[in-house]
Design a protein around this ligand. Sequence first.
Ligand code: FES
Length: 122
Amino acid sequence: MYSDKVLDHFANPRNVGVIEDADGMGEVGNPTCGDLMKITINVADDKTISDIKFQTLGCGAAIATSSVVTEMAMGLELDDALAITKQQIADELGGLPPEKLHCSVLAADGLADAIKDYRSKG
Ligand code: FES
């Protein structure tokens, strides 16, 4: 049902935690299942993501997608990180079962929320 990569990111999630005094923070929830996700980012002078961490209270797919999105976004320019789609996240993991595709929305939205927060601070 799940790819090896999903199971690996679920069992060994990357970049777990919260960055103290982060440049941007995103917090999103899925109203249907109640799962929650927080992403914190630091942004370098050249507008690339220099650090990123996540905390997810949710299902295995939510944790795996959160974990992989931190790897995908690390080092990216902010506009490129914002352009990451839920489908790209699922593809990076070798696919998700159709009924679990919505879980990747949390990861994409959390990252976008953190970038918006950073930009709102000017
Ligand atoms: S079931 Fe809630 S995000 Fe997966």
